[in-house]
Write a protein of this length. Structure first.
Length: 186
């Protein structure tokens, strides 16, 4: 079966006469400089930042659903990457790439324009998008990051604390994957 490709045509509509911007012709949007958001997130409590990310993830999932409909359940990993990556890009969250490493799902997000709380925002956006698309609760654990990118290992919520502990202990990427494939108690 041929998978629908991502089409961003008409995704952002500017009405200069009215001074408005809409996302997919339905959702009112704002074009906000990232410096303004950074200033806000520097002072915002963690739950507010995470809630913001979740809302963006919900919008990303809606963007995917609008484009693929019921095909979402039959999308390959490449198809999910294309559509969810397109939605993340339209929302200005960066370039999302997904890949499988054995049983592990790894998500790399680069070009994140936010400097304050960028990991928390894209992590919660990803978790929310996957929940809304596939009705499955997951956790994204940051296994590496820099000022504009993050690599997230997507795991079950009960596995996340163990993986976070391994990351804190300084285990390498290969060691993390090995431990996951051998079992969480490893």
């Amino acid at each position: 079966m041929t998978q629908p490709s991502f089409d961003a045509a008409g995704a952002l509509e500017f009405d200069l006469a009215r001074g408005s911007l809409t996302f997919d012709g339905k959702v009112a949007a704002l074009a906000v400089p990232t410096s303004a958001l950074d200033a806000l997130f520097k002072r915002a409590p963690a739950d507010i930042v995470e809630g913001f990310g979740k809302r963006l993830g919900s919008q990303a999932a809606e963007c995917v659903r609008e484009r693929v409909g019921e095909h979402k359940l039959s999308l390959s990993l490449d198809g999910v990457t294309e559509h969810l990556g397109g939605a993340f890009a339209l929302l200005g969250l960066g370039n999302l790439q997904m890949e499988r490493w054995g049983k592990a799902l790894v998500v790399n997000i680069s070009g994140i324009p936010l400097k304050s709380a960028h990991v928390a925002i894209v992590r919660s956006a990803l978790e929310s998008a996957l929940l809304h698309l596939f009705e499955r609760t997951v956790k994204g654990v940051a296994v590496s990051q820099d000022e504009s990118s993050v690599k997230l290992l997507v795991v079950a919520p009960d596995v996340a604390p163990k993986v976070e502990a391994w990351v804190q202990q300084g285990f390498s990427w290969g060691e993390l994957l090995d431990k996951l494939h051998r079992g969480v108690s490893a």
